[in-house]
Write a protein that binds this ligand. Structure first.
Ligand code: ACO
Length: 403
């Protein structure tokens, strides 16, 4: 058996860092996170100010280009995004190959990866114009793909994008509009959904962004890189947690059952975790949860759901957890998924679409990181080492002698 000394012998100086908890993998100028003070900034701008004063496309432009768009840049960006929002009609046939009850995230992984089969141009990753067109295509098509996956899963006809609507409103109409019925948007719902999409747009080296960088480091095509990011985001310890929060609340059922769930979350012999609590970096209240809490109250008021029993239960769960020694000692606070889940539920986003809408939001961040990585002259293919703990050399055993 080899030990850490052998790892050093084989690789020069090398650290074993499970979960990469103490390893920086790149230099980046996109997003700043301070986990002790609860600070999140995109390109230097605080998340609170961005949420209150901009829309998702402003933020997508900011992440991609490093500064907020001028009115002219915004108009051009909006035009480019709406221009690319349709997906190739042949992709509908591809979609029909999935089982009716396929999870929208499974469909999104497949459909996004398949974009590289439908769009053969713009794949010179070292050409800035090609990278730009890929960025526009992905940001534009992701809501369409997510909405197609949803409509397919419930047996409704797909709703095409509308170019007269802003990005967030268009996404909502593709999810909610039904034939033969007028479609109405609730402005508070649009504002809250915009807030959710903005806070989810980037978060430096999380599992899915690292995945995108890692896959991209082999110079794989960008659609495949983003498909890999979607797969990583799907996990319940990452983007899948927003779905998990609502599932947990539904399972709890009523306020009296909260202590039993807290007890379970604290049990060392039970892998159960309280979804929507804890974060690898934030050791204080997640700034994204803080900003979303405001929008959550606003939207509940606007939708007449202030006295919703689910919200009451969520607030009580938060109160109990924040006062429990186990959570205090481990600095486990509500994270972004806690309040985003409640907002999404209020505005009518179906549970199966919670993580899929997160993937739509995170696409701008993933592309910004992919761009930064691919244009960094210092970039190298990701190729970590391991500490081998298997058998030492042993001679081959013929089949007849195996026991
Ligand atoms: N419920 C109960 N206990 C928890 C939770 C939780 N949600 N989160 C962490 N802990 C406990 C662990 O059991 C561990 O306890 P121990 O020290 O006694 O062994 C301690 O807190 C530290 O946990 P780690 O798993 O080492 O922390 P890590 O930084 O690896 O994990 C993570 C962070 C994955 C987010 C974790 O807090 C978790 O599983 N949370 C629930 C899932 C969730 O909400 N994910 C969304 C994160 S935000 C995002 O991805 C967009």
């Amino acid at each position: 058996m080899l030990d850490i000394a052998d790892l050093h012998k084989n690789t020069g100086v090398c650290t074993l860092d499970i979960g990469l908890m103490n390893t920086g993998i790149c230099k980046s100028s996109i997003t700043y996170v301070n986990g002790d003070e609860g600070i999140l900034r995109y390109r230097g701008y605080s998340i609170d100010e961005l949420v209150d004063n901009s829309d998702y496309l402003d933020v997508a432009w900011l992440l991609l280009n490093g500064d907020l768009p001028t009115p002219g840049q915004k108009a051009e960006f909006q035009h480019n995004i709406t221009y690319h929002s349709m997906v190739n009609e042949q992709m509908v046939f591809f979609l029909r190959g999935f089982r009716r009850d396929a999870h929208p995230m499974a469909v999104m992984c497949g459909m996004t990866g398949a974009l590289s089969a439908f769009y053969h141009d713009g794949l010179d990753i070292f050409n800035a114009d090609d990278r730009k067109i890929v960025a526009h295509r992905l940001i534009a098509k992701m809501p369409t793909i997510a909405a197609m996956a949803y409509k397919y899963s419930i047996g409704q006809p797909m709703v095409y994008p509308r170019n007269d609507l802003d990005y967030v409103s268009n996404f909502m109409q593709m999810l909610f509009a039904v034939p033969c019925e007028p479609f109405k948007l609730n402005p508070a719902g649009v504002r809250a959904f915009n807030a959710v999409l903005i806070v989810q747009a980037d978060h430096e080296q999380n599992a899915s962004t690292f995945t995108v960088r890692s896959v991209g480091s082999s110079r794989a095509n960008p659609y495949a890189c983003i498909a890999a990011g979607i797969a990583s985001l799907w996990g319940p310890l990452h983007g899948g947690a927003n779905e998990g929060v609502l599932q947990t609340l539904n399972e709890i059922g009523s306020i009296e059952n909260i202590p039993a769930v807290i007890k379970r979350a604290k049990d060392k012999n039970d892998p159960y975790r309280l979804m929507g609590f804890g974060h690898r970096v934030y050791k204080t209240y997640d700034p994204r949860a803080k900003v979303l809490r405001r929008y959550c109250y606003e939207v509940l008021e606007a939708y007449g759901k202030k006295d919703d029993p689910l919200l009451k239960m969520a607030l009580e769960l938060e109160r109990i957890a924040l006062n429990d020694d186990f959570f205090i000692e481990r600095k486990l606070y509500p994270n972004v998924d806690f309040y985003s889940g409640l907002i999404l539920k209020t505005i009518g986003i179906p549970l199966s679409m919670f993580t899929a809408q997160f993937a739509v939001a995170r696409t701008a961040g993933w592309i910004a990181h992919w761009n930064e990585m691919i244009t960094d002259p210092a970039v190298k293919i990701v190729r970590p080492r391991q500490l081998y703990v298997g058998s030492d050399f042993r001679p081959f055993v013929p089949p007849a002698e195996r026991t």
